[in-house]
Design a binder for this molecule. Sequence first.
Ligand SMILES: CC(C)(COP(=O)(O)OP(=O)(O)OC[C@H]1O[C@@H](n2cnc3c(N)ncnc32)[C@H](O)[C@@H]1OP(=O)(O)O)[C@@H](O)C(=O)NCCC(=O)NCCS
Length: 146
Amino acid sequence: MPVIAPHTPDEWAAYYRLRYEVLRQPWGQPAGSEHADDDAAPTTTHALLLSPEGHAMAVGRLHPASPTQGQVRFMAVAPHQQGQGLGRQVLTYLEAAASTQGLEEVVLHSRQNAVPFYQRLGYAVVAPSHILFGTIPHFLMRKSLA
Ligand SMILES: CC(C)(COP(=O)(O)OP(=O)(O)OC[C@H]1O[C@@H](n2cnc3c(N)ncnc32)[C@H](O)[C@@H]1OP(=O)(O)O)[C@@H](O)C(=O)NCCC(=O)NCCS
């Protein structure tokens, strides 16, 4: 299945369900906390990989952080489907979107557990950043698209 931009109500529901289940629910965060204020901005790019049954297998999003810089957020792959190249597919889609938009580099704040994934995809750690939910260290990472 190709990566798509969610469009129908069912696709949006699947998109947010996976975001919640992977990135919020395990830390006891309330329903709704998986939404971001700028999700609906026309400049935000959403990526969704659906199973043939219509379940979200992987998601991610990109927004312009500056005129030259894109930022990736909310990368998540369903637990039983991690390690099969789906995260790579979503990130590659978002990087292609960034290039199409004329952005020159991508930055992100990676959870500690995901740093090796982003390094494998060409990102370098810039510096430690915030601690999420009091327990998850993050690292600012960047990749030039040139
Ligand atoms: C991090 C995450 C998005 C990666 O997606 P994924 O589908 O599991 O990763 P992929 O299978 O596409 O991996 C791509 C490459 O990175 C490598 N990789 C992935 N995770 C890795 C890890 N923890 N350590 C070392 N290498 C790793 C893979 O081996 C693969 O390399 P290869 O091409 O040589 O085989 C996914 O595991 C996930 O959702 N984790 C939980 C939520 C999370 O932490 N999200 C990120 C928030 S910043």
